[in-house]
Design a protein around this ligand. Structure first.
Ligand code: SAH
Length: 466
């Protein structure tokens, strides 16, 4: 998961007090198909409207909501349910926007994702069966909870979909249970230390969010306490008490976010316990993780994804490889032992610093990481007469841009391995590459985010030599 897909939740950034006028209407409709995000499509006034949680073949009473030109809808009642419909395991599912597919079995989720990918990739070839997760629960290693009040009690949880109301959540089934335990302790400690949760309406209080990051392999735990200002009454005793209950916490950070914003983290940070980073291992390599750096949220499936990408590349050992959109350098570092050299390019300065440190940490000598726009970087390489044998690209959800793709075509590596968390933009970019001399050799969907509608896909392309 990447910066733009850090969380599957929808933090609506509407200006308070300003509600666009909306018209509502109730209809009965049949679901005719799925859209590319797995929502059920109904036909309304000859328009196709995607409805969350609606299954193909179902008839439901639907509330149609019109805001200007936008038409959305939600299920009021399923009148004729599909045989596939099951009761969601999570009791918050109906309100929380974090998961979108808990109303069908994991097997059916996998099939749905498979058909979404197949539909998008159909012009390019057949997709392999999706790589599922053996135990599709407790997989997220990065967990964010928002603090608020309900009936005057401190609660922590997630924003209700499309709103700023916090749903109190004791247990989220897709996240490491460690974070639920830590949040429970924090709520109790706040009460005994008389520390206040943030009150969004009044803009008062102290703790806004808590971010927990868990190194699944190393068991190291980072806690980030996001506060409204730099003050933190009884800080040392609070840390002591938290650590006493959870000795597994290896570092605690105070992040200051005074802005009225839906962004979780502010710019200022103080390490208040430990080193300020944790480590985790992926495919046998160790990575340093800081509060802000992007790190894949499902390490179990990431190992399968990277394993598949490396298998597709079928490296011989003499290749010069570009890790484009390299983040903290995970992909480039992991494949470095299989190739001659790796060049990583990443826009985010902090991530580049992390990737350089990570290469050192793993004693990797044949990987260099650079800050810059990956497309521009390749163009410079081409102008200087440098060559690339393989490009592994892993862009954000928005996909790549034409500047990148046209530079790629110019430097013309033999193989391109395109990893994406958004097969819609991925298929768009693949079309461009096919037009400019590449062909698709293999398509592999991977379920990195069980119970959500997201699907990851890795595609191997090769240059067509005339
Ligand atoms: N490959 C990494 C990170 C992928 S996330 C991993 O799997 O961990 C996508 C990354 O692309 C982000 O770190 C983002 O900062 C970076 N990025 C976005 N636009 C870019 C551009 N034009 N050039 C280089 N990097 C870019």
């Amino acid at each position: 998961m990447k910066k733009t897909r850090n969380s599957n939740r929808n933090y609506n950034n509407k200006k308070r007090g300003h509600k666009p006028s909306s018209k509502k209407e109730t209809i009965e409709a049949n679901c005719i198909d799925y859209d590319s995000e797995g929502k059920g499509i109904i036909s309304y006034n000859n328009q196709q409207i995607p409805i969350p949680n609606l299954l193909k073949g179902e008839t439901a009473k639907i509330e149609i909501i019109k805001k200007g030109k936008f038409i959305t809808g939600k299920i009021l009642k399923v009148i004729k349910p599909s045989a596939k419909r099951i009761k969601a395991k999570c009791k918050h599912y109906e309100k929380c926007g974090g998961c979108q597919l808990q109303h069908i079995s994991y097997e059916d989720q996998a099939q749905l994702k498979q058909s979404l990918v197949e539909r998008l990739m159909k012009p390019f070839g057949k997709a392999n069966p999706i790589i599922k997760m053996d135990n599709p629960y407790d997989y997220r290693n990065k967990i964010h909870a928002t603090y608020s009040y309900k009936n005057k009690e401190i609660v922590s949880g997630f924003y209700e979909e499309q709103s700023h109301r916090v749903i109190p959540v004791e247990r989220c089934l897709i996240q490491s249970s460690k974070s639920d335990e830590i949040n429970k302790t924090i709520r109790e400690l706040m009460k005994s230390f008389k520390l206040k949760a943030y009150d969004e309406e009044r803009d008062t209080g102290l703790i806004r969010h808590v971010l927990v990051k868990v190194g699944f392999a190393t068991k190291e735990v980072m806690v980030v306490l996001v506060t409204i200002g730099p003050m933190f009454p009884s800080k040392n005793n609070f840390i002591k008490a938290l650590r006493k209950k959870h000795p597994e916490i290896t570092t605690i950070i105070q992040n200051i976010n005074s802005k009225r914003t839906s962004m979780v983290l502010g710019n200022r940070e103080k390490v208040i316990y430990g080193k300020g980073t944790i480590k985790d291992t992926l495919c046998g390599y160790t990575f340093n993780i800081s509060s802000k750096s992007f790190y894949q949220v499902n390490p179990t499936q990431t190992e399968k994804l990277y394993g598949k990408a490396i298998e597709m590349a079928n490296f011989k050992g003499n290749e010069v490889v570009m890790d484009a959109y390299s983040g903290i350098g995970t992909i480039g570092i992991i494949l470095s032992e299989k190739v001659k050299s790796v060049i990583g390019v990443e826009l985010n300065k902090d991530a580049v610093k992390d990737s350089i440190k990570n290469a050192k940490l793993n004693k990797v000598q044949n990987a260099r990481f650079y800050e810059g726009d990956a497309g521009e970087f390749m163009l410079h390489m081409k102008e200087e007469g440098q060559k690339l044998d393989v490009v592994v690209m892993d862009p954000p959800r928005s996909g790549s841009d034409e500047r990148f793709l046209s530079s790629l075509v110019k430097i013309s590596p033999k193989k391109v391995i395109y990893i994406s968390c958004n097969p819609i933009t991925q298929s768009r970019d693949i079309k461009f590459l096919i037009k400019h001399g590449y062909k698709v050799k293999e398509i592999q969907p991977v379920d990195m985010f069980p119970h959500t509608a997201h699907v990851e896909c890795v595609v191997l392309m090769s240059r067509v030599d005339k």
